[in-house]
Design a protein around this ligand. Structure first.
Ligand SMILES: CC(C)(COP(=O)(O)OP(=O)(O)OC[C@H]1O[C@@H](n2cnc3c(N)ncnc32)[C@H](O)[C@@H]1OP(=O)(O)O)[C@@H](O)C(=O)NCCC(=O)NCCS
Length: 126
């Protein structure tokens, strides 16, 4: 919940985590028995899998946690089309998507966040 709050704010985090947990669409990586990172996804987005949130604890970043989380969602995805997204201002996340083999796949304007949301796509093996 704390990691989700960091990305989407306290107001949205509760309902967001609950709804993903209920559908078993919430993955975590642990370090010494504590949650080090979280990834939430959905499988009903235009018949594709969409990563809706990923966040790693600040003191545990750059050690492969996000890479491990994406590996997990790739294994669990029911279909071969995996999408993810990030705000155009998030240089680290853009770099991460490129390092993990995602290609740019358009963007969404007119969101309340005020910045363009960039979409990324990765074709998985069937
Ligand atoms: C983006 C984020 C999830 C990455 O998590 P992480 O566990 O540190 O990422 P990994 O260690 O698995 O890194 C995977 C690759 O991404 C790239 N990367 C990750 N952090 C980077 C950084 N600070 N600068 C440049 N490249 C980076 C690297 O290519 C890295 O591979 P390498 O270490 O072998 O070079 C993490 O920084 C985070 O939680 N940020 C805040 C929340 C956020 O912005 N979420 C994404 C949008 S919803």
């Amino acid at each position: 919940m704390a990691l989700a709050t960091e990305v989407i704010g306290a107001e949205r985090a509760g309902a967001f985590v609950r709804s993903h947990a209920e559908r078993h669409h919430l993955l975590v990586v642990e370090e010494a028995g504590e949650v080090a990172g979280v990834l939430a996804y959905r499988t009903d987005w235009f018949q594709c899998t969409l990563v809706s949130l990923v966040c790693v604890r600040e003191d545990l970043r750059r050690r492969g946690a996000a890479r491990a989380l994406f590996r997990m969602v790739e294994e669990m995805s029911p279909g071969p089309r995996l999408f993810s997204s990030t705000e155009e201002t998030n240089a680290v996340s853009i770099q991460m998507h490129s390092a993990l083999g995602f290609a740019p796949s358009g963007y969404i304007d007119n969101l309340p966040q005020g910045y363009r949301e960039l979409l990324f796509y990765k074709r998985l093996h069937p």
